[in-house]
Write a protein that binds this ligand. Structure first.
Ligand code: NAD
Ligand code: DAU
Length: 359
């Protein structure tokens, strides 16, 4: 094996943050296998373009020949698997790509990893890791008084996205149990921060607020998410990769439960403060309640006792300071924003919001 890792989906939101922090803090080189779908953006990694330890390969995790040749040529000591279709609303509009990439793509990656791993020396086999990045959505929805999701909460995925991620988690578990592949799985709550594609709640609201556009809140706005700053997710993945027990799963969360309406209101206030007020008044007035997401999970919350107890990980960022940093980042990166809002982005916004009735 070489001192390198294979990252999948490294041009997406969390993947690009992970690659940047990895190259800043570790010596091992990174091969980034990314299909560059609408959500993949090499511009997020422009700062490491000339780094000899970084290489982007445009390709599909579902392409067994490509994955085989990458593993043969680069001989990584780990695979960190981010690549996925990740947006719940898109999984409701068109689930096919979610099944293909999240379920079948993960199967192809696991199968090629097993073939590669089984031919390593005994010492290298012991050191190799396959880290699968998953989500808390596999556990379904909590009631207001329910305890937070732990690693033993039964799976109850509710959206096609969540079901496809649950399927991928089960495949990872099976490859460890049946073949002994040294896997690790992380199930994380909602991330926010720099480089997030503006189809997701926080960046969508920041950019709409900046431009004085309506802020579409689904249903009554009381759905709760447990927010984690993306750099804290990346540090948790690093900790699990370095010290996680083979075959284990780790829940990752920020202990920052917030109702959507509270998040959007805070975004409005931060944009008013940093960009100056609109002539029409405070941006809170832009909040518009629209038709709910079908099957909308009411509440997510993560119990991160296991990762903090076993690996000493805890988040560094509070939600309010992390959100402030995030709003600042979007205001300071108009070029990045302009480049991701291409024709495909505009088509999605028209499809998801123009057809959604106002409540
Ligand atoms: P993203 O949509 O921003 O990025 C996904 C990346 O995967 C993109 O770069 C895309 O081009 C790439 N990709 C898609 N299909 C591919 C394929 N077939 N082959 C190769 N590359 C492909 O997603 P994200 O928000 O960065 O999420 C990354 C991972 O973390 C996902 O597995 C997601 O389920 C998980 N996750 C996300 C969150 C969150 O809040 N965003 C929380 C918990 C877990
Ligand atoms: O919990 C982890 C998951 O978090 C990840 O696995 C997913 O990849 C990620 O997309 C995210 O899923 P959510 O559905 O929670 O995130 P999203 O940003 O799409 O929505 C957050 C909440 O805001 C949710 O309750 C729906 C609501 N919402 C979203 C959008 C886009 C709105 O009210 N209006 C909107 O326009």
């Amino acid at each position: 094996m070489r001192d390198s890792i294979l990252v999948t989906g490294g041009a997406g939101f969390i993947g690009s943050n992970f690659v940047l922090s990895w190259l800043a803090g570790e010596s091992a080189s990174v091969v980034n296998l990314d299909l560059l779908t609408y959500a993949g953006n090499p511009a997020s990694l422009a700062s490491v373009d000339g780094d000899p330890r970084y290489r982007l390969v445009r390709g599909d995790i579902d392409d067994a020949n490509l994955v085989r040749s990458l593993l043969r040529d680069h001989r990584p000591r780990a695979i960190v698997h981010f690549a996925a279709e990740s947006h719940v609303d898109r999984s409701i509009a068109s689930p096919d790509a979610f099944i293909r990439t999240n379920v079948h793509g993960t199967f192809v990656l696991l199968d090629q990893a097993r073939a590669y791993w089984s031919e390593l020396t005994e010492a290298d086999r012991r050191n190799f890791r396959f880290l699968h990045v998953s989500t808390d959505e596999v556990y379904g929805s909590l009631g207001p008084a329910d305890p937070a999701f732990s690693e033993t909460t039964p799976y109850a995925p509710n959206s096609p996205y969540a079901a496809s991620k649950a399927g991928s988690d089960h495949l990872v578990r099976a490859y460890q149990h049946t073949f002994g592949l040294p896997t690790l799985t992380t199930n994380c709550s909602n991330n926010y921060g720099p480089y997030q594609f503006p189809e997701k709640l926080i960046p969508l609201m920041i950019l709409n607020a900046l431009e004085g556009k309506p802020l579409p809140v689904y249903g009554d706005g009381k759905n709760v998410r447990d927010w984690l700053f993306v750099e804290d997710h990346c540090s948790a993945i690093g900790a699990v990769l370095a010290g996680g027990r083979v075959g284990a799963t780790y829940n990752i969360g920020g202990a920052s439960e917030r109702a959507n309406l509270d998040v959007v209101t805070l975004v409005c206030d931060l944009v008013d403060e940093m960009a100056g007020p609109l002539a029409s008044g405070p941006r809170r007035k832009l909040i518009t309640f629209v038709a709910d997401r079908p099957g909308h999970d009411r509440r997510y919350a993560i119990d991160a006792t296991k990762i903090s107890g076993e690996l000493g990980w805890k988040p560094a960022q509070q939600f309010e300071s992390g959100l402030r940093k995030t709003v600042r980042w979007y205001l300071d990166h108009p070029d990045w924003v302009r480049d991701v809002r291409t024709g495909a982005y505009l088509e999605w916004i028209a499809k998801n919001y123009t057809e959604r009735t106002t409540l």
